[in-house]
Design a protein around this ligand. Structure first.
Ligand code: C2E
Ligand code: MG
Ligand code: MG
Ligand code: MG
Length: 287
């Protein structure tokens, strides 16, 4: 390296770091404002029963719609919120928005479907997500079966004692718990051994690399779930070939672009489709 190239690479590095710091500051200092101004909303992605294409429920996935920057995805801001232990603000707010949406459905005389919300490990450090959820369902007078909680396998592994206690609390209070991203981290079998869940969500990575190796791994996972008496859901299903395989091996639930991308609440209502017991159709798929 001569002096010149070193200088220019430093400058490049600086500007990249600059951008990162600016982004971080934007997220941290604007979270409260964005929540207050309604710029953060849940999108909903259907979770479908594999055997009959019926929508069983939804996962709430956060979208931050910034007037200047457009739509921000969780990957753009959740890692930063996690670093600063402020995900609890977001997660509490999202659960609240989901409850409001459910209430709208009930007021229209429709039957709301269960929604699972994502919880970060850092929520537990600054708040009590289970108590938060209890006060939300009580405020809106909603049955607890309507709310499920998703916690990633890696979050669980990073603080197993604490997380075991928290998971047990959710379940004893009547909220189902789903282990998210199962198979993406280490010691998956250990978590199955030591933690009690209502369902596992098989990590999307197996669909991204949908080859014989992945199939050989998913099949026994689904069988294990069944013999443990817990539900299985595969994420990231994008095509019929994947769906057919998952049906064949008896995976109960499917989530992925094949059935529908995450979409805003209003679009679930379009054309009178509503959020009752509806069956996925082409229109829904193409959202
Ligand atoms: P996740 O909980 O595992 O959610 C699944 C992610 O996969 C979502 O990304 C979803 O949009 C995407 N996805 C679903 N089906 C397909 C598909 O067929 N193909 C592809 N390529 N992707 C698919 P998203 O919405 O960007 O969220 C990313 C992650 O951010 C989530 O992963 C979850 O861990 C986290 N997250 C999202 N919303 C929240 C939230 O409100 N609170 C917390 N704490 N975490 C959240
Ligand atoms: Mg999830
Ligand atoms: Mg996942
Ligand atoms: Mg994930």
């Amino acid at each position: 390296h001569n002096k010149k190239s070193r200088e220019s690479s430093y400058r490049f590095f600086d500007s990249e770091m600059d951008k990162e710091i600016k982004w971080r500051n934007f997220i941290i200092y604007n979270l409260d404002n964005a929540i207050e101004n309604g710029h953060i909303i849940p999108f909903y992605q259907p979770q479908v029963l594999a055997i009959n294409n019926e929508i069983y429920g939804f996962e709430a996935l956060t979208r931050w719609i910034d007037p200047q920057r457009g739509m921000l995805l969780p990957g753009d801001f959740i890692p930063i919120l996690e670093e600063y232990n402020i995900t609890y603000k977001l997660d509490k707010y999202i659960a609240n928005m989901v409850a409001k949406d459910m209430l709208k459905i009930i007021e229209e005389g429709r039957e709301p479907l269960p929604v699972s919300v994502n919880i970060s490990r850092s929520d537990f450090l600054m708040s009590n997500p289970c108590d938060d959820l209890i006060s939300i369902v009580e405020e809106y007078e909603l049955p607890r079966e309507l709310f499920k909680v998703e916690i990633t396998e890696s979050n669980i592994i990073s603080d197993p004692y604490r997380m075991k206690k928290e998971i047990e609390k959710f379940r004893s209070e009547g909220f189902q718990v789903l282990m998210d991203d199962f198979g993406s981290g280490q010691s998956s079998l250990g978590t199955l051994r030591d933690f009690e869940f209502d369902a596992i969500k098989i990590d999307m990575g197996f669909m991204k690399n949908f080859d014989e190796r992945s199939k050989s791994i998913i099949k026994p996972i689904v069988m294990m779930a069944r013999s443990l008496g817990i539900h299985s859901l595969t994420e990231g299903v994008e095509n019929k070939e994947q769906l057919d395989f998952l049906r064949e091996i008896g995976c109960e639930f499917i989530q992925g672009y094949y059935y529908g991308k995450p979409a805003p609440f209003e679009s679930l209502y379009k054309e009178g489709r509503g959020v009752g017991k509806l069956v996925i159709n082409e229109a829904v798929k193409n959202r």
